[in-house]
Design a protein around this ligand. Structure first.
Ligand code: UD1
Ligand code: UDP
Length: 384
């Protein structure tokens, strides 16, 4: 029997990190022939991940331009994939999450009537512009997709409420946790020299990551102001801030924090450095989606620089708090966790609401079921 051809398409750092375990899993699977197309929506940040997981794409659209707009990205992904999909004609396209690559790749596959599998499906903030444009990207991907790999039961419920056929929804856990478990090691040695030298026992290390479009400009300046106040007040705090390369982010962060003692402004870290940094840090301050999934399983509190989140599971469990983006909110939330041990302990809970490291295996099993390779639907996927 000839193999079923699966084409995974991704383009940004978070998609690459979360698709890597699945690409590796599909490579081992006897039923599938797995190929990879990257859009290159990100360049250096994507390449860092491909290198770590030793993935060589079969296609690279290389679309990134400095300061690209949503229009640029959407058009260039669609145009590039017209050729790739026309040539490859896979039996299924896999996309991940909620970026412009995700939406445009799902649309391109639909135009060829190629079924789409959506990995990390069903996340919803229920706020059209928060995060922007991701909330709408993932909803559109949900409409375009034929099968949906929901990381949690909550995500599955969101999809069912939108009328998606339960037989096409598989609860799998999030592959972010698969990647994390492959990467975090107790004896890890950092590649980044300033992290190699950092004394994690002496200092309370706060990791900062912020890049969301809705935080560009005044909110990001306010976040930096809150950080500056806290660092000046607490002499035993060190902030490690790998700054996203987007000029809209870099300009504000460097203007506000460059030269501040005990604030390390770094280039984006390789995922292996970043994951191991989180595992040694005291706490994390971020507007990132992926970080909200990873930190709970490392037992690290996350203060989320947003007004709403599509990832409510760890908030409900107490490890993640959504604090907004004002300087006062950043200052008071950090102060509290730095000073009140019981407040810190109540949040520093090791939890796994997002998975057990087996998500890629479950997604591969879901694909086998979809392609009629097994008659029984495995029970672990939730009722179908
Ligand atoms: C994108 C995603 C967002 C995701 C984020 C992860 C969209 C609309 N947004 O946002 O959902 O959370 O990635 O990081 O899809 N750049 C570089 N090198 C890189 C990557 C980016 O220089 O490796 C710079 C370029 O100037 C580029 C800019 O950052 O034009 C913006 O990149 P883009 O992918 O458009 O948006 P992000 O803010 O990264
Ligand atoms: N990350 C990384 N290096 C960094 C910052 C983050 O590898 O310097 C990882 C992080 O561990 C997570 C992912 O990047 O897996 C999150 O990506 P990002 O915050 O860019 O996007 P989001 O998840 O918000 O879409």
């Amino acid at each position: 029997m000839s193999k079923i051809r699966i084409l995974s398409i991704f383009g940004t750092r978070p998609e690459a990190i979360k698709m890597a375990p699945l690409v590796l899993e599909l490579k081992k699977n006897k039923w599938f022939s797995s190929r990879v197309a990257v859009t290159g929506q990100h360049r250096e940040m994507l390449d860092q991940v491909l290198e770590q997981f030793d993935i060589t794409p079969d296609y690279d659209l290389d679309i990134m331009r400095q300061g690209q707009t949503l229009f640029d990205t959407t058009i260039r992904v669609l145009r590039g994939l017209e050729d790739v999909l026309g040539r490859e004609r896979p039996h299924m396209v896999l996309v991940h999450g909620d970026t412009t690559t995700t939406f445009a790749a799902a649309l391109a596959a639909f135009y060829y009537r190629i079924p789409v599998g959506h990995v990390e499906a069903g996340l919803r903030s229920f706020a059209r512009y928060f995060p922007f444009p991701e909330e709408i990207n993932r909803r559109l991907a949900g409409v375009l997709a034929e099968i949906h790999f929901a990381p949690t039961n909550n995500a599955r419920e969101n999809l069912l409420r939108e009328g998606i056929d339960p037989r096409h929804v598989f609860v799998t856990g999030n592959t972010a946790i698969d990647a994390l478990l492959m990467t975090v090691q107790p004896d890890y040695v950092f590649a980044e020299p300033s992290l190699k030298e950092l004394d994690f026992a002496k200092y309370q290390v706060i990791v900062v990551e912020t890049h969301r479009r809705e935080n560009w400009g005044a909110p990001m300046a306010a976040i930096c102001e809150g950080i500056r106040t806290v660092v000046r007040k607490h002499q035993d705090v060190i902030v490690v801030f790998p700054v996203h390369p987007n000029p809209a982010v870099r300009t504000v962060v460097y203007r506000e924090l460059q030269g501040e003692p005990r604030v390390l402004l770094l280039s984006p870290l390789a995922y292996s450095d970043f994951a191991n940094l989180m595992s040694r840090a005291y706490l994390i301050l971020s507007d990132s989606g992926g970080v909200q999934e990873e930190a709970p399983s490392l037992g690290k509190p996350v203060l989320v620089l947003r007004d709403v989140t599509e990832r409510p599971e760890a908030v409900a469990a107490g490890t993640v708090a959504v604090i907004g983006t004002t300087a006062e909110a950043v200052e008071s939330a950090l102060d509290r966790l730095l000073v009140k041990q019981e407040a810190y302990d109540a949040m520093a809970l090791a939890l796994n609401p997002y998975g057990d490291g087996q998500a890629a295996r479950r997604i591969a099993a879901g694909l086998e079921y979809y392609f009629d390779l097994h008659r029984e639907r495995p029970e672990e996927f939730g009722r179908g």
